[in-house]
Design a protein around this ligand. Structure first.
Ligand code: NDP
Length: 383
């Protein structure tokens, strides 16, 4: 029996992970589960899986969590320090599935314990970059990519040398607004932006998918996970989301990973790694699919991938600033404060107005993140 902790257990990735654990109860002991505000779901999951510890990030909700867990034997805790404690609780696998840079501190705490971390929380790696990868090496931790594209690349690299790689191509569905004109994008509502055609995901990543910031963040994520030159990292739009990414080798062979657009596939790959496990997915039926299509990204209507590539090239604090400004902009869009087409300009303006000196320590990363949030919020008020 292996021990698992899930940071962000009440979210989309948390739910898909627990679905697989539910189907394989004899294989897993749940150590810690966390959420931010959703006491009811957290308590229900902690009871169902007999978790040792349930942590609510919003400390004001701790009394409600204690009440919901009364008599269950599950230890209840709350607040940022308790999230760190959950991440450091002994476990064979820690699933990092908090959304946004809020997941950085707990993810780093798990890494500093030398844990095996299945990383869905791309914003943490984008913001901390080499601070995180250096910590992984220093503490002998293992980072398993759970994001579907990076998990695909990880699988396509198995048994090969990175030095033999000519290029890596990240596929992008293009999101629900892929074919919209500039005028239509200007009027896109939050409900339209989160209505992803292929994937069922949390609200923030769904908006990122619609703006293509998701692919931009993934480009930076790939740059840290698979260190090849930036110009060897490519993006192609593939609306069917069947091919999850490709690796091209110097002999002209390209290896791709295919599968249904269900996060339980890459999650299962991480849970069972280096072995394989059963999932409830129907077999891929290529004849039924008929056609797979591919397009170059349109960086005029969707400038996010260009901004992310520029941030990756600039290095230093630029990726953390890009991520923080995007989090503020997405929050404002979801709250109905700005238009869809204002998200990318707000990120660009924030990048242009801050010092982008390289963060060396984790505290530097937090400082950059805070400064970028404050600047983006200020720009937001002005507009
Ligand atoms: P959700 O919004 O569905 O879930 C987020 C989880 O994080 C919830 O458990 C939430 O708790 C918790 N949370 C939110 N804010 C905080 C905070 N400030 N501090 C601590 N915990 C917090 O997100 P997703 O599951 O969609 O995404 C999670 C991560 O995985 C993201 O980084 C995303 O980019 C990445 N990812 C997601 C994919 C997907 O298919 N969903 C695919 C690939 C990557 P509560 O419920 O209480 O709010």
């Amino acid at each position: 029996m292996r021990r698992i902790s899930i940071l962000g257990a009440t979210g989309s990735i948390g739910g898909s992970t627990l679905d697989l654990v539910r189907r394989n109860r004899a294989d897993w002991q749940v150590a810690a589960l966390t959420a931010q505000t959703n006491v009811a779901d957290l308590a229900a999951l902690a009871r169902e899986f007999s978790a040792e510890m349930a942590v609510i990030g919003d400390e004001a909700q701790l009394p409600a969590l204690r009440e919901a867990l009364a008599g269950s034997g599950v230890t209840a805790a709350g607040g940022p320090a308790a999230l760190i404690e959950a991440a450091q609780c002994p476990a064979d696998l820690v699933v990092a599935a908090i959304v946004g840079c809020a997941g950085l501190a707990p993810t780093m705490a798990a890494i500093e314990r030398g844990a095996a971390v299945a990383l869905a929380n791309k914003e943490a790696l984008v913001s901390a970059g080499s601070v995180m990868t250096a910590a992984v090496a220093r503490h002998g931790a293992t980072l398993l990519p759970m994001d579907s594209e990076h998990n695909a690349i990880f699988q396509c690299l198995a048994g090969n040398e990175l030095s033999d790689v000519r290029s890596i191509t990240l596929t992008a569905s293009g999101g629900p607004l892929r074919e919209w004109s500039a005028a239509q994008l200007d009027a896109a509502s939050p409900a339209q932006a989160v209505a992803h055609p292929n994937w069922s995901m949390g609200a923030k990543i769904s908006v990122d998918s619609a703006t293509m910031f998701n692919k931009g963040l993934e480009l930076i994520e790939a740059h840290h996970l698979f260190p090849i030159p930036l110009d060897a990292l490519k993006i192609v739009v593939h609306p069917q989301s069947v091919i999850h990414s490709l690796v091209e080798y110097r002999d002209g062979s390209s290896l791709a990973q295919l599968g249904p657009s269900d996060m339980r596939v890459p999650i299962a790959s991480c849970l069972a790694w280096p072995a394989r496990m059963e999932t409830p997915m129907a077999p891929l039926d290529l004849a039924a699919l008929g056609q797979l299509t591919f397009f170059a990204p349109d960086e005029v209507r969707f400038p996010a991938t260009r901004l992310a590539r520029e941030a990756a090239e600039a290095g230093g604090a630029a990726p953390a600033v890009l991520n923080a400004a995007n989090e503020i902009a997405v929050g404002a869009f979801l709250a109905g404060q700005i238009k869809f087409t204002r998200i990318a300009p707000l990120v660009s303006e924030t990048l242009a107005s801050l010092d982008l000196a390289r963060p060396v320590t984790l505290d530097d990363v937090f400082a950059v993140d805070q400064a970028a949030r404050a600047r983006a919020a200020h720009l937001l008020e002005r507009c």
